[in-house]
Write a protein of this length. Structure first.
Lengths: 233, 83
């Protein structure tokens, strides 16, 4: 093989790898770190190909960049979330299969195959996305959104019809916390209860104390019989 | 033709510098797209310079796969921003 590259070229390109690695480590937001990890993967593939390891470069691009980033993006998205239970009227639209099939008949036979299934799903999707902040909770939610943005959390509101449902959601660990409206006579307009210790610590220092009182609670589920079985053996 | 790698390296540094600057995630995605395309083109150039078809094939594969991973990541990020 003729030596087509000078040592300086090789060294300069290889030096990009530690630069990209340091950049990845310095990212604060996990999503930004994932994107920079992609850049690191692209540069690593270049260096491997440059040094003659074409198979390693291909593996880095396929597994290291594509698969790892996609899996991590899904994992970060599902784990970095603050589920907050609130009391709000939930008006579920009438979702029925009939609705979809009627549409299909009106629109012709070709869409008849598609609509009966996709229409209810679409309705559900629109319901989740069209749920707007209840006006009486707006000041608290604005404060919470600032808090969530700072820690790159995603705020997910779980509207419940009444207090009982809210308590049940807390007991079954369906939500991380609940936000309630205090009466007009109370000193603070809202009260927030969280069951995650770390969230409580962070909120204690960062949430505006004039808006809401903060409380923590521990939820202990009755132990799963399967789990206790294995642990006792 | 060896001199071409030097300018290519300098051009590659532009989007890398860009990722340092930007706070917006979509700007970072643009920089990622730029870097992944530029590195695969560099791999193709190296394969031509060395007359090595194996590296050339890998370069083509990385060029297409890099864009696929970019689109997958963009889909996930878009859903995160919507919610």
């Amino acid at each position: 093989m003729t030596n087509v590259m000078t040592d300086w070229d090789l060294a300069a390109i290889t030096a990009l790898l530690p630069i990209a690695a340091v950049m990845t480590v310095l990212q604060k937001n996990p999503y930004h770190a994932l994107v920079v990890r992609g850049i690191l993967g692209a540069i690593a593939a270049l260096v491997y190909a440059l040094l003659g390891a074409a198979d390693v470069a291909l593996t880095e691009a396929l597994v290291g960049t594509m698969l790892a980033i996609t899996l991590y993006a899904v994992a970060v998205r599902s784990s970095l979330v603050l589920k907050l239970g609130i009391i709000a009227p939930v008006d579920l639209p009438e979702i029925s299969i009939e609705n979809g099939s009627q549409n299909g008949q009106q629109n012709g036979e070709t869409e008849d195959l598609v609509h009966p299934v996709s229409q209810p799903l679409e309705d559900m999707f629109n319901l989740i996305h069209s749920f707007e902040d209840p006006p009486e909770l707006k000041p608290l939610l604005a404060d919470l959104r600032v808090f969530c943005d700072r820690h790159s959390l995603r705020l997910e509101l779980h509207p419940m019809p009444d207090r009982q449902a809210l308590d049940y959601a807390m007991e079954t660990k369906e939500v991380h916390g609940v936000a309630l409206l205090n009466g007009d006579s109370a000193a603070h307009p809202y009260s927030v209860t969280v069951r995650v210790d770390r969230l409580y610590e962070l909120m204690q220092t960062e949430l505006n104390p004039a808006i809401a009182t903060l409380d923590t609670t521990t939820v202990s589920l009755p132990e799963n019989p399967l789990m206790s079985d294995t642990s006792s053996r | 033709m060896n001199w071409i790698l030097g300018p290519m390296l300098l051009i590659l540094l532009i989007p890398i510098y860009e990722t340092f600057q930007d706070k917006d995630i979509w700007q970072k995605m643009l920089a990622f797209a730029s870097v992944s395309t530029k590195t695969s083109i560099m791999i193709l150039v190296i394969s031509v310079l060395r007359d090595d078809w194996m590296i050339g094939l890998v370069g083509v594969l990385i060029l297409s796969v890099g864009n696929a991973s970019l689109m997958l990541l963009a889909q996930v990020l878009k859903r995160v921003n919507e919610l």
